[in-house]
Design a protein around this ligand. Sequence first.
Ligand SMILES: [Zn+2]
Ligand SMILES: [Zn+2]
Ligand SMILES: [Zn+2]
Length: 251
Amino acid sequence: MKIVFLGTGDSTGTPVINCHCRTCDDARTKNWERKRFSILIKHRGKNVLVDTSPDLRRQLLDLKIERIDAVLWTHAHFDHFGGIAEFYRVQDDVEVFSAPEVHESVEIFGNFIPYKKREVSENENFKIADIEFELLRVHHPPVDAFGVLIRFEDVKIAISGDTNSEIPEKTVKEFEDSELFIVNALAPTGKFKKHMNALDALRISKRLRVKNLKISHASHLYPPKDEAKKIYPLAEDYEEICLDSMLEGQI
Ligand SMILES: [Zn+2]
Ligand SMILES: [Zn+2]
Ligand SMILES: [Zn+2]
């Protein structure tokens, strides 16, 4: 199994249009970018997406991904589902798994999108491509939002989804002892209503006793990429993690 970070940015992406902060100008000068959030899980020829970034077209073309077998949505914010609005014209048979509340909210925005809706409840285990998935409630007010727990051959991988640091205790328990924790942390420090910062993420991952940590959904409030990655375990766009290598301690 491989986990590929398609986009590691926040809702505006980096560089931000019309922003000339040090990070955005560094991104322009050195030609790097943080696209909107999405994760690809590749396994036995199948491609499963966690969230459909508005940058999906570019991401799939760049990585030569020609078919998506299933999608999971963590919540109904545009930077997490928007890509489906054009992708359904390329492939109209993709099944999208999410909680009923999330489907309901997406339908308000996109009742023209003929995607194949699959409702799954929080804490319900379901299988796609021989991998077990579970949606777990997180805290991203005011919307219903879910993290994702992946179980594969005794290994747990936790994806926080968009959340602030007040993750419900039940979810915390399930995330404990994960081999990999992909956590969304908007900025190095600072207080945000909907999001956590990198210090929160480090503290929570310590509490969860996770073995490997990757921070995603990073905004331009981090220092330029090369500086920031010396300080924080930030994921990069198109970075791949191979499960076998991770278990051998090679990430
Ligand atoms: Zn987001
Ligand atoms: Zn900026
Ligand atoms: Zn969000």
